[in-house]
Design a protein around this ligand. Structure first.
Ligand code: AP5
Length: 209
């Protein structure tokens, strides 16, 4: 099963991806995480990606598509994969069509006014990448899953988030209609708790087994 997770920044793609990966044994491929790993290691891709990510802009399609193509052709994806944060533009979706079949696109819908608060209050585990929100942490600074240290992403500040949301509306939102027309779209309301969102998603995934 090849799945795409679609949704605005902060919609809960990463949160659901962790649950789906565990529940359905699918490799979780987050282009954002791949770029952050390159940035940490200061590779040429990392240096290039940083210049876009820090401004809340998208990394160029050619670079992103090349990374995804290499990743989804690895051995662990031969029975399926889950893409989180790719595609994000129509040209990326067209490129993916040439690389692989897509079985389902899960679009997480969240009221736009909730996203700023979710992102600016997010903390991420530096080891296992689990996402938390400060409102649920009660001052805890370690990951409940693996004990890793929690940190705030550099692009989770009000100015950069504003730019990421604007880019989403122009570049990524058109993918909703794109996949709807192809009969691949499954919309899920993302304003409820992570557990309730996952319950809806798994009902759908269970029909596809
Ligand atoms: P990326 O890392 O993919 O960031 P994003 O799309 O902006 O998405 P986020 O990770 O910010 O949000 P999310 O939807 O995963 O939300 P989460 O589950 O953490 O990309 C970063 C950058 O890399 C991009 O800006 C771009 O520059 C570049 N890039 C990446 N892919 C690219 C591509 N394909 N092409 C070009 N450039 C690319 O949840 C957010 C918060 O909400 C957390 O605090 C969480 O605890 C909380 N939360 C989640 N679900 C719920 C819920 N149901 N109820 C209450 N709180 C919730």
């Amino acid at each position: 099963m090849n799945i795409i997770l679609l949704g605005a920044p902060g919609a809960g793609k990463g949160t659901q991806a962790t649950k789906i990966a565990e529940g359905y044994q699918l490799p979780h491929i987050s282009t954002g995480d791949i770029f952050r790993e390159h940035m940490k290691n200061q590779t040429p891709i990392g240096v290039l990606a940083k210049s876009y990510i820090d401004k809340g802009q998208l990394v160029p399609d050619e670079v992103t598509c090349e990374i995804v193509e290499e990743r989804i052709h690895r051995e662990d994806c031969k029975n399926g994969y889950m893409l989180d944060g790719f595609p994000r533009t129509i040209p990326q979706a067209e490129a993916l069509n040439k690389m692989s079949k897509v079985d389902l696109v899960i679009n997480i819908e969240v009221d736009f006014n909730l996203l700023m608060e979710r992102l600016c209050g997010r903390r991420v585990c530096k080891d296992c990448r689990e996402s938390y929100h400060i409102s649920r942490l009660n001052g805890e600074t370690k990951c409940a899953r693996c004990g890793g240290e929690l940190y705030q992403r550099k692009d989770d500040n009000p100015e950069t988030v504003k730019s990421r949301l604007a880019v989403y509306q122009v570049e990524t939102a058109p993918l909703i209609e794109y996949y709807e027309k192809r009969g691949l779209l499954f919309n899920v309301v993302g304003n409820t708790t992570p557990e309730d969102v996952y319950a809806e998603v798994s009902k759908k995934l269970d029909t596809m087994k």
